[in-house]
Design a protein around this ligand. Structure first.
Ligand SMILES: Cc1cc2nc3c(=O)[nH]c(=O)nc-3n(C[C@H](O)[C@H](O)[C@H](O)COP(=O)(O)OP(=O)(O)OC[C@H]3O[C@@H](n4cnc5c(N)ncnc54)[C@H](O)[C@@H]3O)c2cc1C
Length: 442
């Protein structure tokens, strides 16, 4: 079956072979030089380009991105595109080029950076010069050596992946494939929910005993897992996939205990690695490969900035970290765009993150780690339903808050984290944050 093609709105860029606008007669000169050059055409690039213009800068903006599409809202790939029949790619289209005049070079992979020459080099051998440079390369999926990506094996991250999966899982009635989802984190959970919503038989393979138990306290993880089993998903804990083989119309997965699992399609969500290599070899790097930036999102090289999933930054409340979430991408993108355009501000936003599953949703801030001391606070939401607030505590302070099916509460969560303290008796936190749905309505 042929996958549907992306709508035209996401293809309004300049492909590598069509770059007629930037050619030069001088063979020694870069292919083009931009006042503001952005490497990576994702969510940060969109926010940064718009902020450069909002700040009033008139200089040229170039975006070099290796995907065949212009920037798009990535969270919809595992949620709205599957759950909302009225949602299409044009909804929420960032329209980066139209709003900013940026030249977007599609399918253009950057492989080198020369900070002294103020130039980057692409895989095709072109050089692009810059006044200031933003590295916004995000992350790429963690892969298994024993299971290469293929027609039916997807390490899910991009709009192209969505189209491929949609081609294998057609809309409407008819035969649906058996989908094995590998990984019980963010992407795995959301894709499993989306696939069962499409009418697929779904097997969710994850290494823990109970789904989500490394993130949620055990009693909450059991409730969380129940949502998946109630939806008809075969949740198989203790399953570590070692490799697999794609052949014909299916895939055979090999578990490290020797067991095999057959499926028509396999979607893997095993986390991501920051995509700095090899551009960031000239820059200070964190242990996990992220690019180290200061509070103004500047790297160790002059006029070079980094933001989004790839950047390890000093959060004013939570300390140094790399955040792989959209609120951070949007806010850091906007801040770094203004900074590159002359603003003297620093990045002082502590980002939240969220997920939506089976009609439930959460917002969270800080560190969610079930090995920490935790408090589970269940309460009536004021509208006939139940909400839960999870608190995560180190020895000295509250370090994370998760608001499950709550109508607000993020401001209070941020204040709690910013206080850098904790009650001696953790149970005193019960009742601290109690957002009520009818408060929101009023
Ligand atoms: C399926 C999915 C669902 C998500 N859902 C949520 C959610 O519900 N809530 C939430 O908070 N977050 C969510 N996220 C995370 C969020 O989308 C990311 O945090 C955000 O996209 C990061 O933005 P970015 O610009 O840093 O990276 P990206 O948006 O990944 O963009 C980076 C771009 O750079 C390109 N690139 C990489 N290397 C190079 C190179 N060398 N040369 C040129 N281009 C390069 C990449 O191909 C990519 O196009 C989700 C992510 C995915 C994949």
């Amino acid at each position: 079956m042929t996958a549907p093609t992306p709508t035209a709105a996401y293809l309004r860029g300049v492909t590598q072979t069509d770059q007629t606008d930037v050619s030069t007669d001088d063979p020694g000169a870069p292919r083009a030089t931009y006042d503001f050059l952005i490497v990576g055409g994702g969510m940060v690039a969109d926010a940064a380009a718009k902020a450069i213009r909002e700040q009033g800068a008139q200089g040229s903006i170039g975006i070099l991105g290796d995907e065949p599409t212009t920037p798009y809202p990535r969270p919809a790939l595992s949620k709205k595109l599957w759950t909302d029949p009225d949602f299409s790619y044009d909804d929420g289209e960032p329209s980066t080029a139209e709003e900013t005049g940026a030249e977007i070079h599609l399918e253009t992979r950057v492989v080198g950076l020369d900070p002294d020459a103020h130039e980057v080099t692409t895989e095709a051998g072109d050089r692009f010069g810059y006044g200031s440079l933003l590295i916004a390369t995000g992350g790429h999926p963690t892969t298994l050596d024993g299971l290469p990506a293929g027609d039916r094996v997807l390490y899910y991250r991009t709009l192209s992946d969505y189209h491929r999966l949609r081609g294998l899982v057609p809309e409407g009635e008819g035969d649906k494939p058996h989908v094995a989802v590998v990984g019980g984190g963010y992407i795995g959970s959301e894709i499993a929910a989306a696939m069962v919503g499409e009418g697929c038989r779904v097997t969710l393979l994850h290494p823990d005993e109970v789904l989500g138990e490394s993130v949620y306290p055990r009693e909450f993880a059991e409730r969380y897992q129940q949502l998946f089993t109630d939806a008809g998903i075969d949740v198989r804990g203790g399953s570590k996939v070692a490799g697999g083989l794609e052949a014909g119309d299916g895939v055979q997965l090999q578990l490290d205990g020797g067991e095999t699992v057959e499926a028509d399609v396999v979607v893997l969500g095993l986390g991501i690695q920051p995509s700095g290599d090899p551009i960031s070899d000239a820059l200070d790097r964190a242990d996990d490969g992220g690019i180290v930036v200061d509070e103004r999102l500047a790297t160790s090289a002059p006029d070079v900035y980094a933001a989004g999933d790839v950047a390890q930054y000093p959060d004013p409340i939570l300390g140094r970290r790399r955040v792989e979430h959209v609120d951070n991408a949007d806010s850091q993108g906007a801040t770094v765009g203004r900074i590159m355009a002359g603003s003297d501000e620093a990045y002082d936003h502590t980002p939240m993150f969220y997920s939506d599953l089976f009609g439930h949703g959460y917002e969270a801030m800080g560190t969610l780690d079930a090995s920490l001391e935790t408090v589970v606070d269940d309460f009536e939401d004021g509208d006939g339903g139940q909400s839960t607030v999870l608190y995560y505590l180190s020895d000295d302070e509250v370090v994370g808050v998760l608001l499950w099916d709550c109508a607000g509460g993020l401001d209070e969560a941020e204040q709690l984290l910013a206080a850098h303290t904790r009650p001696a008796d953790a149970s005193e936190l019960v009742g601290r944050i109690r957002p009520q749905k009818n408060d929101e309505d009023s």
